[in-house]
Design a protein around this ligand. Structure first.
Ligand code: C2E
Ligand code: CA
Ligand code: CA
Length: 757
């Protein structure tokens, strides 16, 4: 049967019911109300039959009462919650089978076996049930028509059942979808609330960019610090950022879109002159808009990391830069040198390493105190930095040692050497003017050692060692100058190291012996002798003091050597006294190295040996070099003062070779001046030699200082000196330095040589 077979009033009735029910559903009344209306309308329509309608929902596997306005309350309650299945009445079975079940006589139908008593009690005789199944296959409900007695459906009935169950499906589905939507909306609302809360607490700024780099959306609040948010919408980052940064962000955005992978990048923004560092993370957002555009967008989370960045940079600086001067440190310099040598090895560049060591910095540092010394080092660093060129790198190795790396385009050895020499001269010259510290001027000078990396194959440590050796050579030949490293210098450096090791051994084995060189009055009387240390090496033979004293000083072995000299000098005096051969005014001259005068132990050691051998200080003259007395050397002066009070006399050794001039002489609190042998050598050869001797003698005399000429080798020199009325003479012409036993004989054999005082 189809619609065309219905009469007009039947058709109208169906339309009326449909309209009423749909209206109510659309109005938003509850599902139950709509379904109850549906039931009543159908019952009304089939009232001659005394039909009763019921709608049961399927809740999982259970029947759930929905609408059955005319069925007895008790029956509805009994059915509610029953699990569907085969033989669970008409509805339970229909829902279970997912097909229409028509029971014309409940009393006899096996499907009602378990429920027929209940049906009978409630006056129900037939039940036709139809499952309501959604288009997606979900079984939603059953629509049933009951009759008080046995009854079979007519064709019209079937038609009506089909029409009304379709209507029921429409309404139930409507509510189901509405419910689903409400649930989804609620869930979305919760997710949104959660996201909002998250966005509130995270310090990040979230930005959505479209493919052309325009702002689509953003959230987070630190952002307004950079650009006011309301000016951002639709703007391209190219208009907002520096071109470099905009390019970087666009590159990352494109990478994100291309790979779909999260990108992490760091970038910097200057706001009001302040540098701020951000960490950006990007992710792809598919279909940011809900309007069906299927474009992909880029979500860009920006987090300010300035504080962390600054801390990281500081840590990095500390690792690579010297804390005191801010210059690159040793590690940094070595790394750079590695790079430089790589270039040299590939034939891209030439390079040189220069080692700088401040002259006498220890003295300044000790006299000023370390705090002031540090300030001075900072000034030194600034000076060095100021004259550093682009092709150079200056670093502080530690203490008063600096290093300069020179990178030159590939050139020949000579050109490279020239550049390096020019750089070294600049370094030396930058200290021409004294440094200022608390109103005092300090003259600082450096010695520079240069090692060239002009050929491939050199290693970092080689170059550093070579430059260091060259620097020592520069010091050895006078300081305040530069020296190149060469093969011969390396041998020298090796030898120095070797000597140092052997010296320790030699001290233990007593291979050091003090020799004595007599000193005479112009009249030929011996008034003293200079103690000169000798090292007799079993293999190498005699090693001259000029070769080992500087090494001993640097290695800290000088104190032990000086003890040997003191002790053996005291022994000689004691022995002479014992043998009754000690002339009354006989003195020994002892060379004191500058380091020792700074060390307060000197006085203690001298006291110790004087006491041990029961000698007095007036038996000794301490020879010091004039350089030692330059500058402000508080400790040395104090120690000198203390020693003078004990009765030690002082002599200026090698006078005329150091920095001081005659003008300084009166400031020096000494008793004797020894004119350096280089001037004596010139006597009779050049007029200058004699002029120097004359002026030194004249000035010394006026200052009441004794003058001694040393290194007298020839009769001619002796004759000239005799006319100068000096206090004393010393040289090979009279006697060479000799063993103590020989001195014993020398003094014993020639009593006429002794001073007559
Ligand atoms: P100096 O203090 O100038 O010592 C004098 C040097 O001149 C000695 O060399 C001596 O042997 C040498 N000499 C003496 N007469 C003549 C001469 O007529 N002609 C020539 N050409 N030379 C002469 P020496 O013993 O080799 O000592 C060299 C330097 O080593 C000394 O120079 C001194 O500065 C240092 N020295 C030697 N012994 C000691 C020591 O015990 N302690 C310290 N601190 N330095 C020492
Ligand atoms: Ca001397
Ligand atoms: Ca001398």
């Amino acid at each position: 049967m189809d619609e065309s077979q219905l009469n007009e009033s039947q058709r109208l009735a169906i339309y009326r019911i449909q309209r009423k029910v749909l209206e109510r559903a659309i109005r938003g009344d509850g599902l139950v109300s709509s379904m109850e209306l549906l039931c009543r309308e159908i019952e009304q329509n089939l009232k001659e039959d005394r039909a009763l309608c019921s709608i049961l929902l399927l809740d999982g596997q259970r029947l759930k009462h929905c609408a059955a306005p005319s069925l007895p309350q008790a029956y509805c309650e009994a059915i509610d919650g029953v699990i569907i299945g085969e033989g669970v009445g008409s509805c339970g079975t229909a829902l279970f089978r997912q097909e229409q079940v028509v029971v014309t006589d409940i009393a006899t139908d096996p499907l009602w076996q378990d429920f027929k008593a209940l049906a009978k009690e409630n006056g129900l005789g037939a039940c036709w049930s139809t499952p309501i199944i959604a288009s997606d296959g979900t079984v939603l409900a059953s629509f049933a028509i009951y009759y008080p007695g046995p009854c079979a459906p007519s064709r019209l009935h079937f038609y009506l059942i089909e029409a009304f169950s379709a209507l029921a499906l429409l309404v139930i589905d409507h509510y189901r979808l509405a419910e689903q939507q409400a649930r989804l909306t609620a869930a979305l609302g919760k997710i949104n609330a959660r996201l909002t809360a998250v966005m509130q607490v995270i310090p990040d700024v979230a930005i959505v960019l479209d493919q052309s780099g325009c702002y689509i959306d953003f959230s987070g609040d630190t952002f307004e610090l950079i650009t006011p948010p309301d000016t951002l919408w639709g703007q391209s980052i190219e208009n907002l950022f520096e071109p470099e940064l905009a390019k970087q962000v666009m590159r990352v955005a494109r990478e994100t879109l291309a790979t779909g992978e999260m990108q992490i990048f760091e970038y910097e923004v200057m706001t009001e002159g302040e540098r701020r560092v951000f960490e950006g993370r990007t992710a792809i957002v598919d279909g940011f808009y809900s309007d069906g555009r299927d474009d992909a967008y880029v979500l860009w989370m920006a987090r300010e990391v300035t504080t962390r960045k600054v801390a990281e940079e500081k840590a990095a600086r500390l690792a690579l830069f010297d804390a005191l001067t801010g210059l690159p440190n040793r590690r940094h310099a070595e790394e750079q040198l590695e790079h430089l040598l790589e270039e040299v090895n590939r034939g891209y560049a030439s390079g040189a390493v220069m080692f700088l060591d401040l002259n006498d910095f220890k003295r300044i540092n000790d006299s000023l105190g370390h705090q002031q010394g540090d300030l001075l080092l900072q000034q030194v660093a600034r000076r060095l930095e100021d004259q550093t060129r682009r092709s150079e790198m200056i670093a502080r190795l530690g203490g008063d040692e600096f290093i300069v790396l020179l990178r030159e385009p590939l050139t020949g050895k000579n050109a490279l050497a020239e550049s390096a020499a020019a750089a070294a001269r600049r370094i030396l010259d930058c200290f021409n003017a004294p440094l200022e510290n608390q109103g005092h001027g300090y003259s600082v000078s450096v010695s520079v050692g240069i090692a060239l990396a002009e050929k491939p194959g050199l290693k970092t440590e080689d170059l550093l060692r070579n430059a260091d050796a060259a620097m020592y050579e520069a010091k050895r030949i006078g300081g305040s100058r530069f020296a190149f490293f060469e093969e011969s210098l390396q041998r020298e450096a090796d030898r120095r190291l070797d000597l140092e090791r052997r010296m320790v051994q030699a001290i233990r084995n007593m291979h050091f012996v003090t020799y004595f060189q007599p000193q005479l009055t112009p009249g030929g009387a011996v008034f003293g002798a200079e103690a000169l240390l000798r090292w007799f090496d079993p293999e190498e033979g005699a090693i001259p003091p000029d070769a080992f004293i500087p090494i001993a000083e640097r290695a800290g072995l000088i104190y032990q050597l000086q003890d040997i000299v003191f002790e053996q000098s005291c022994q000689v005096l004691a022995e002479l006294r014992e043998k009754d051969r000690l002339p009354p005014a006989f003195r020994l001259a002892i060379n004191i190295s500058p380091l020792q005068l700074q060390n307060s132990e000197l006085t203690e050691r001298l006291d110790f040996f004087l006491a041990k051998y029961d000698l007095t200080a007036d038996r000794f003259t301490l020879e010091i070099t004039e350089n030692l007395l330059m500058g402000q050397q508080q400790e040395s002066f104090q120690q000198m003062q203390a020693l003078r009070q004990r009765g030690f006399r002082f002599a200026i050794d090698d006078f005329g070779t150091g920095y001081s001039s005659l003008a300084y002489l009166h400031r020096l609190d000494v008793d004797q001046v020894k004119i350096d042998k280089s001037f004596i050598r010139e006597l009779g050869e050049t007029a200058a030699g004699e002029a120097i001797v004359d002026s030194v003698t004249a000035l010394s005399k006026s200052l009441n200082l004794e003058v001694i000429a040393e290194g007298v080798e020839t009769e001619l020199q002796a004759r000239i000196l005799h006319e100068k009325s000096l206090s004393g003479l010393q040289g090979f012409l009279y006697a060479r330095p000799m063993h103590s036993a020989a001195l014993m004989d020398y003094l014993g054999q020639s009593p006429q040589k002794q001073a007559s005082t």
